[in-house]
Structure formats: C-alpha cells, structure tokens
Design a protein around this ligand. Structure first.
Ligand SMILES: CC(C)(COP(=O)(O)OP(=O)(O)OC[C@H]1O[C@@H](n2cnc3c(N)ncnc32)[C@H](O)[C@@H]1OP(=O)(O)O)[C@@H](O)C(=O)NCCC(=O)NCCS
Length: 196
C-alpha cells in the first residue's frame, strides 16, 4: 500500500514536455548532458553522441527542478535497398537512475514514436537493449546494415541486430515504392562518432 502511494506520488511529480533543439536554453542543454552522464555507464555516452541528438525534437521529463528523462528524434536519410526514406532517428534515450523503472522512458518513447508517425516515412534507432523498444512496437531490422562513406558503402556488421525500426503511415507499401519488410539491406550516412 505504502509502495503504491510512493509510486503515485512519484508519477505525479514528473511532468512531460516537447521542444525543438533551437528552443532549448543552455540550462536545458547542460541538463541533458548531465542526465546522459548519470544514466549511461562511464564513458559510454560521448559529446559526439550528444551532437547526434541535436537538431530535431526533444522529449523531456522534468522532476525536482531538473531533467530526469530524455529522448530526441532527428531527421536522417536511411536507404532501404535503394529507396531513400525520410527517417526519424531516435537518439539519447536516458532516464536518471533514481527515476528508472517508473515508466518514464516508455512515456517518452510513446511520444517520440507518435512524432515519428506524424512526420517521417520510417522510424529507426540503434541500441544494445532491443527488448526495451520491442515492447513498445519497434522491430529488429533483420537485414544487413551499411554505412555510406565518401569512399562508398561499408558494411557495419557489428550493428546488425541492433538497429530497430518502426513503420509509419507513410512507409512505402506499393510496387512503385516497394513495401519494407525489414530484411533488406539498410544504410545510413557516415558521421563522426557512431554512424548508427
Ligand atoms: C533504458 C532506460 C532508458 C529505461 O528507462 P526507464 O524509465 O527505467 O524505463 P521504463 O520504466 O519505461 O521501463 C519500462 C519497462 O522496460 C523494461 N526495461 C527497462 N530497461 C530495459 C532494457 N534495457 N531491456 C529490456 N527491458 C527494459 C523495464 O523492466 C520495464 O518493464 P515493466 O514495465 O515490465 O516493469 C534506462 O534504464 C536508462 O536510462 N538506461 C541507461 C541508458 C540507456 O541504456 N539508454 C538506452 C540506450 S539505447
């Protein structure tokens, strides 16, 4: 009974909001960085990873006057077997360890997924925790992954099985734009840090 009341109080103390990167002030940007450093194992989340999370839409959870949960969606062009798809790519999913296990990341991912469904032909993300996202309707990409570099496409075998995708209402389904099965080769453009 007491535990249930504690959970209710915790849930009430968390508020959710969305913002474009351009509308985040320095305190919010610092807060996102601090959150990632608290949530990820030491050295796992780099400044490159932070840069990858910028330039799109942020989904934020606030509590105790600070940011305790974050996910963002940035625009990328993924190529699925020769079809370039405007993709909402999820970055920097993190919840403060003190606030984990209360559904915060699930709530942020529901909002991020709805944003992707409304704006993109495909959702995608790279993760070492596929099961967390599969519970929320995401699927493991079963095809081979590639990175488009200045020297041409390069296989990224290490990422195979760690890329997840989400179909949207505008995911191709016709012969003119062949339907996506998730078993095709898929590629992203190269970038500093982790390309996927
Ligand atoms: C992964 C993370 C974002 C989850 O945040 P959270 O707010 O605790 O997640 P939720 O409370 O919404 O979790 C909901 C469910 O997912 C499960 N879950 C959490 N992490 C999971 C994981 N890594 N794999 C599988 N399931 C997971 C929880 O057990 C919970 O299950 P339940 O509802 O059946 O009890 C958080 O643990 C975190 O910040 N980890 C460090 C950073 C990280 O790994 N980010 C993701 C990188 S892609």
């Amino acid at each position: 009974m007491l535990a249930e009341m504690d959970d209710d109080l915790a849930a009430e103390a968390v508020t959710y909001r969305e913002a474009d990167t351009a509308d985040l002030d320095d305190a919010a940007l610092d807060g996102i960085w601090a959150l990632t450093q608290a949530a990820f194992p030491p050295g796992d989340f780099s400044r490159d990873d932070l840069a990858h999370a910028m330039g799109g839409r942020h989904f934020l959870a606030d509590a105790d006057g600070r940011i305790v949960g974050h996910a963002s969606v940035v625009a990328r062009l993924l190529d699925v077997d020769g079809q370039p798809l405007r993709t909402g790519y999820v970055e920097a999913v993190a919840v403060d360890p003190v606030w984990q296990g209360q559904g915060i990341a699930s709530e942020l991912m529901r909002a991020a997924s709805a944003h992707i469904a409304g704006h993109y032909q495909l959702g995608a993300l790279g993760t070492g925790h596929p099961a967390f996202y599969e519970r929320l309707g995401w699927r493991v990409w079963a095809g081979p992954t590639w990175v488009r570099t200045a020297d041409g496409p390069v296989r990224s075998e290490d990422e195979d099985g760690g890329i997840l995708w989400l179909p949207t209402p505008t995911t191709p389904t016709t012969p003119a734009e062949p339907p996506i099965s998730g078993r095709e080769p898929i590629s992203c453009e190269w970038r500093d840090g982790d390309s996927w």
